[in-house]
Design a protein around this ligand. Structure first.
Ligand code: HEM
Length: 501
C-alpha cells in the first residue's frame, strides 16, 4: 500500500515545494509598505526631495512607522517613530551606522573624508576618537569662557545694529567653532576664514540636494571626461573644500612653529605624542568636519528661537521674569546658570521640538540585508530617521504645532514629552559628538539675548514664518524688532563686550 502512495506523495511534495518556496521566499522578501508602485520607476519618484518632513509625516497615517520607497536602483526606508529608530539605529547599530554614498560631493569633491560622511569603519573610528576627548560633557567646560564672550559680543552687535540680527547670529555660531577648533581670534576670524567657509557650505548644501547631479544616480558617470560641466563644478568644489579644511590647519601649524599658537583642539591634537597612521590627514578632516556640522545647526536653532519669541511675547516675558528672579538684574547670565533656569531651558527644548534644525537627521545606510517586523530591508537601503514625526509624536498634552514651552514642565509622568536632547542630536553610534558643546552654546546665546532684549513682530506687518528646505532647516530671513529691555541692560551689554580680550 505504502509504496503506491510514494509517487503521489512525491508529486504533491514537488508541487508543494515549487509553489510554497517562492511564496515563502516572496513573503520573506516583502518590503515595508509605501506609496503605490509602477513597473518602471517603482515609487521612488514619490519621495519628496526638498523639505519632505511634513509630507513624510503625513504618510505615516497611511503606512505607519515604516515607509519604503524604491526604484531606479535606489531604496529608501523612512523611520517614523522613536520605537523603529531605537530598534534599528540603536539595537542593530552594527549594521545601521553607515552613511549613503554621495558620488559627486563625497567622492569627486572629497567630502567623503569628513566625519559625517565617512563610512562606518576604521577611518571614522579614528576621527570620532580624536574629537571625543575634547567634546565630552566635562571637557566642554574649558570652552565656557569663549562661549560667554561670544554671546556678549553678539549682544553688543544686536544693540548697535538690531536690523542685522540674522547675520550677527550666523557669524557668532561660525566664530565659535573656529575659535574652539583652531584658536582663531574671535573678532578677526571673519575676514580670513568665514567668507570662504560660508561660500563653501552654501556650495555643499546645494550639491547635496538629491538630484543636483545626475551622476549621483548613475555613479559610472564619474568616469566621464573632465571637461564636462559637472566635472568642472566638482573640481571647483573639491578645491573649495580642500581650502576650507587645509588653510586653518596650516595657520595653526605655522603658529606652533613660532610658538604663538593659542590653545585649541587642533593645536592639542597636533602637539600630542600619540601616533597613528595618517595623523595629519585625520586631524585635518575631523577638525574641518566640526565647522561644517556645528555652525549651521547652532545658528538655525538660535534663529528659530528668536522667531518663536517674536511670535509669542507672553513666553518671552515668562523667560525674562525667570532670568530676572534667578540671575538677578545686575549681570548677564553665564553657563553656570543653565541648571537653574527651567523655563529658559523649556523654551530651548520647545524651539528644538517646534522646528528641529535637522528635521530628517542625517541619513544612514544599512550594510547587510535585514528583516524587521517581517519586512525585508535590503543591504544599501538609505535609512532616514524622521525626527519631525518624533517631535510631533512625543509632544505631551498640547497641540504639536503650537509653541508651548510649558509642555516640558508638566510634573505628571505620562504627559511629559520626550526631551529633544534624546532625539534631536541623532542616535547611538553616530550621535552628534558636538552635542554638549552645542547645548551650552544654545543656552548662553539664547539666555543672553532674552536677558537683555525685547523681541517683537515688526509693527507694520506680520512676521513671515518660513523655513529653508535643505538638510539643515532654519528661518528664511525675516524682520523683527530687537530693542534693549532697559538702559541698565544696555549698559551691561556694553560693559560685558568691553571685557572680551
Ligand atoms: C543645535 C546644534 C546641533 C544639532 C541639532 C546637531 C545634530 C546632529 C545630528 C542629528 C547628527 C546626525 C547623527 C546621526 O547620524 O544619528 C549630527 C552629527 C554630527 N554633528 Fe551635530 N548637531 C549640532 C551641533 C554640532 C556641533 C556644535 C558640532 C561640532 C562641534 C557638531 C558635530 C557633528 C559631527 C562631526 C557629526 C557627524 C557624526 C558622525 O557621523 O559620526 N554638531 N549632529
Amino acid at each position: 500500500m505504502s509504496h503506491h502512495f510514494t509517487p503521489v506523495l512525491l508529486v504533491f511534495l514537488i508541487i508543494g515545494v515549487t509553489i510554497l518556496v517562492p511564496f515563502l521566499y516572496h513573503r520573506r522578501q516583502r518590503y515595508p509598505p509605501g506609496p503605490p508602485t509602477n513597473p518602471f520607476t517603482g515609487n521612488i519618484t514619490k519621495f519628496p526631495l526638498q523639505g519632505g518632513w511634513a509630507t513624510l509625516t503625513k504618510l505615516k497615517d497611511a503606512y505607519g512607522d515604516l515607509v519604503f520607497f524604491h526604484g531606479l536602483g535606489t531604496r529608501i526606508l523612512v523611520l517614523n517613530s522613536m520605537k523603529t529608530i531605537a530598534d534599528l539605529l540603536e539595537k542593530r547599530g552594527n549594521i545601521y551606522s553607515d552613511r549613503p554614498n554621495f558620488t559627486v560631493v563625497g567622492e569627486l569633491m572629497d567630502l567623503g573624508q569628513s566625519m559625517p560622511l565617512l563610512p562606518y569603519g576604521e577611518e571614522w573610528r579614528v576621527q570620532r576618537k580624536l574629537v571625543h576627548g575634547s567634546l565630552g560633557p566635562s571637557s566642554v567646560k574649558q570652552y565656557h569662557k569663549i562661549q560667554e564672550d561670544l554671546a556678549g559680543l553678539l549682544a553688543k552687535q544686536l544693540l548697535d545694529d538690531p536690523v542685522g540680527f540674522f547675520d550677527h547670529v550666523r557669524l557668532t555660531a561660525s566664530r565659535l567653532i573656529l575659535a574652539i577648533t583652531y584658536g582663531l581670534d574671535v573678532e578677526s576670524a571673519d575676514n580670513d576664514y568665514i567668507t570662504h567657509a560660508e561660500d563653501t557650505m552654501l556650495m555643499i548644501s546645494k550639491a547635496t540636494v538629491p538630484g543636483a547631479f545626475l551622476c549621483d544616480f548613475f555613479p559610472w558617470m564619474k568616469h566621464l571626461p573632465s571637461w564636462l560641466p559637472f566635472q568642472r563644478t566638482a573640481r571647483e568644489g573639491k578645491q573649495m573644500i580642500d581650502e576650507l579644511v587645509t588653510r586653518p590647519l596650516e595657520h595653526v601649524k605655522q603658529a606652533m612653529e613660532n610658538s604663538s599658537a593659542p590653545r585649541s583642539l587642533t593645536q592639542e591634537l597636533l602637539a600630542s605624542d600619540e601616533q597613528y597612521p595618517n595623523k595629519e590627514h585625520h586631524i585635518r578632516w575631523s577638525m574641518g568636519s566640526l565647522y561644517g556640522a556645528g555652525g549651521e545647526t547652532t545658528y538655525a536653532t538660535v534663529l528659530t528661537c528668536i522667531m518663536a519669541m517674536a511670535l509669542h511675547p507672553d513666553k518671552l516675558r515668562l523667560a525674562q521674569a525667570e532670568i530676572d528672579a534667578v540671575v538677578g538684574t545686575d549681570r548677564l547670565p553665564t553657563i553656570g546658570d543653565r541648571t537653574h533656569l527651567p523655563y529658559v531651558n523649556a523654551v530651548i527644548k520647545e524651539t528644538m521640538r517646534w522646528h528641529p534644525a535637522l528635521p530628517l537627521g542625517i541619513a544612514r545606510s544599512v550594510t547587510k540585508d535585514d528583516i524587521y517586523n517581517g519586512y525585508h530591508i535590503p543591504r544599501g537601503t538609505i535609512v532616514i530617521p524622521n525626527v519631525w514625526a518624533v517631535a510631533f509624536e512625543h509632544c505631551g498634552v498640547h497641540s504639536p504645532s503650537e509653541f508651548i514651552p510649558e509642555r516640558f514642565l508638566v510634573t505628571t509622568s505620562e504627559a511629559v514629552p520626550a526631551d529633544p536632547a534624546i532625539w534631536a542630536f541623532g542616535f547611538a553610534r553616530r550621535i552628534c559628538p558636538g552635542k554638549h558643546l552645542a547645548e551650552n552654546s544654545l543656552f548662553i546665546i539664547i539666555a543672553t539675548i532674552l536677558a537683555a532684549f525685547n523681541i517683537s513682530e515688526p509693527s507694520d506687518r506680520a512676521l513671515d514664518v518660513q523655513f529653508t528646505a535643505g538638510l539643515v532647516s532654519y528661518p528664511l530671513p525675516f524682520t523683527c524688532d530687537i530693542t534693549p529691555r532697559s538702559s541698565a541692560r544696555a549698559s551691561q551689554v556694553v560693559w560685558r563686550a568691553s571685557q572680551v580680550d
